[in-house]
Design a protein around this ligand. Structure first.
Ligand SMILES: Nc1ncnc2c1ncn2[C@@H]1O[C@H](C[S@+](CC[C@H]([NH3+])C(=O)[O-])CC(=O)[O-])[C@@H](O)[C@H]1O
Ligand SMILES: O=C(O)C(=O)Cc1ccccc1
Length: 243
């Protein structure tokens, strides 16, 4: 598969607009996320493995904030349970249209139902697997608890929530170290200082990272039985919450 290279922030931008998941981002998204999120490919593969283990017959597997559907497609490869439907949701029309256009039906695998909607408004029912892969970080802080409570209520006993997030750290030195190491990672991936600093400004008010302690407390308050980090690479982590 050929991916367009992300050069959205390569030239000096007079004014830096707030980051949006529009057509220009969609065009470069696979390259952008792969070069910006340390461990992204490993996390996507593991989501497939976890879906293979946790999916149940006559249940739903949700990919909330699916973008181009990388997690939904990884789940489709691994789910063996009969009559298990994958529901992929994103509020960006540009993302959803591209995912639909790219999707090749495979009758031998679970179907993927792609919806353009706000995940704060979609119903969650009979869920054996729920994926929030770098999506909760874009939801306003005030709305996060209610969203996680709704997800918990819609899950079957024994279900799994996979929550991947950019983390923040309470300790100032840890915070500075992880942010700096992430920038080094991006440099190694070919991004310039200008690209890194301009994108950082664009994300400032929309990507709100919280600490693992905050995530854990909120998930436990929502009802989850246990919460652990199964993967971390600098300030990018993926958690497993069990119902
Ligand atoms: N309220 C909302 N409702 C629905 N979607 C939303 C909302 N807010 C943001 N989004 C969507 O959440 C996605 C976040 S990207 C997820 C990557 C993907 N999971 C992947 O595994 O490749 C993460 C990143 O780019 O860092 C975007 O497609 C938004 O449109
Ligand atoms: O690029 C960054 O600095 C990030 O934090 C990750 C990211 C990846 C893709 C879209 C938005 C944010």
């Amino acid at each position: 598969m050929h991916f367009n290279k992300d050069s959205l922030y390569a030239n000096p931008l007079g004014e830096i607009a707030t980051f949006k998941f529009d057509e220009s981002v969609v065009n470069v998204f696979p390259d952008m996320i792969q070069r910006s999120v340390p461990g992204y490919g490993a996390i996507i593969s593991a989501i497939g493995l976890l879906a293979g283990r946790f999916s149940r017959s006559h249940s739903h597997c949700y990919d909330l904030g699916c973008s181009l559907g990388a997690a939904a497609l990884a789940m489709r490869e691994r789910i063996a349970a009969a009559d298990c439907r994958i529901v992929a949701v994103d509020s960006s029309e540009a993302m959803v249209e591209r995912f639909k256009r790219n999707l090749v039906a495979d009758g031998s695998k679970p179907s993927i139902d792609i919806q353009c909607a706000d995940i704060r408004e979609v119903g969650i029912e009979r869920a054996s697997v729920v994926v929030l892969n770098f999506t909760l970080q874009f939801i306003p802080l005030a709305d996060r608890a209610a969203l996680l409570e709704k997800i918990y209520r819609g899950m079957l006993p024994g279900g799994v929530l996979i929550l991947s997030e950019k983390l923040g750290f309470e300790d100032a030195r840890q915070q500075a170290l992880h942010v700096d190491m992430h920038h080094h990672f991006k440099k190694m991936q070919g991004y310039s200082e200008l690209e890194i600093s301009q994108k950082r400004l664009a994300l400032e008010d929309v990507l709100l990272a919280e600490s693992f302690t905050t995530h854990r407390h909120r998930l436990m308050a929502a009802g989850f039985d246990s919460v652990e980090i199964w993967f971390q690479y600098f300030n990018f982590a993926s958690m497993i919450a069990l119902k």
